[in-house]
Design a protein around this ligand. Structure first.
Ligand code: ARG
Length: 251
């Protein structure tokens, strides 16, 4: 009787522990990444994404960072402008969104080792004679609100209109409502391949290079170290370069 009681008590402890490992453990075992899935080839919505309905270079990187740490990656999709606030509020653990490291952003969040180098480019109609950023001075440019492209055209003193999404900017251009779109290089390449009659104009002298990195809440060194270690491995073993090739040539 006594023995059986002890055995049952032991079994109960085991059962409770196991239950907690599966139920209680699930939240601490995942990294919630905030993104804005409107930025191919880095993040976009797709039927069979690498993380649920989310696909792209960043999504594959997020998944691998989590897996390397024995965790799972969860995606929280929101407007680009809300990402850093969500990070500061603790709604998300990290932001991965093709986000360029800037001094201003680095005042409110901590950035990981950078994993991609990009630049702003100009998208114009194929028959346009715009050949440099200088040629934009008497033109109307479309940019996305909150992107570094908006900051760039603002600093150049250009005439511009801001939209919520890159696809809206491209539609403006296709419909002849603006003369050019200024946006990140890889995303521009994707838009030009998806829409007939457009071309890319580069101006390296005016648009400098930008580095993409993952942001964490200021002072979250525990997560930052995990992210940095994973990124450094993926840079060293060619994973990130492979993902870049895979998603840039897709379709
Ligand atoms: N690199 C640009 C920036 O940091 C654009 C990033 C847009 N990313 C996105 N997931 N919508 O402002």
């Amino acid at each position: 009787m006594k023995k059986l009681g002890k055995l049952m008590a032991a079994m109960l402890v085991i059962a409770l522990t196991a239950g907690c490992l599966t139920a209680c453990g699930s939240s601490s075992k995942s990294i919630v990444f905030g993104t804005n899935a409107e930025f191919p080839p880095f993040e976009f919505v797709s039927a069979n994404g690498v993380i649920g309905e989310y696909d792209g270079i960043d999504m594959a990187i997020a998944k691998e960072i989590a897996e390397k740490n024995g965790m799972t990656a969860e995606i929280s999709n929101m407007e680009f402008d809300s990402l850093l606030v969500a990070l500061q509020n603790g709604q998300v653990d990290a932001v991965i969104a093709g986000m360029t490291v800037t001094d201003e952003r680095a005042e409110s969040v901590d950035f990981s080792t950078s994993y991609y180098v990009a630049t702003q480019v100009i998208i114009v109609k194929e028959d346009s004679d715009i050949a440099s950023a200088d040629d934009l001075s008497d033109k109307l440019v479309a940019v996305v609100q909150g992107y570094t492209g908006e900051t760039a055209v603002n600093e150049l003193g250009l005439n511009y209109e801001s939209f919520k999404k890159g696809t809206e900017c491209v539609l403006e251009l296709v419909n002849g409502k603006c003369d050019a779109v200024v946006i990140d290089s890889a995303t521009a390449t994707k838009y030009v391949s998806d829409n007939a009659g457009l071309k890319i104009v580069e101006d390296e002298a005016v648009f400098g290079s930008e580095e993409y990195a993952i942001a964490v809440k200021k002072g979250n060194t525990e997560l930052l170290n995990k992210i940095n270690k994973a990124i450094e491995e993926m840079l060293a073993n060619g994973t990130i370069a492979e993902l870049g090739d895979k998603y840039s040539t897709a379709e």
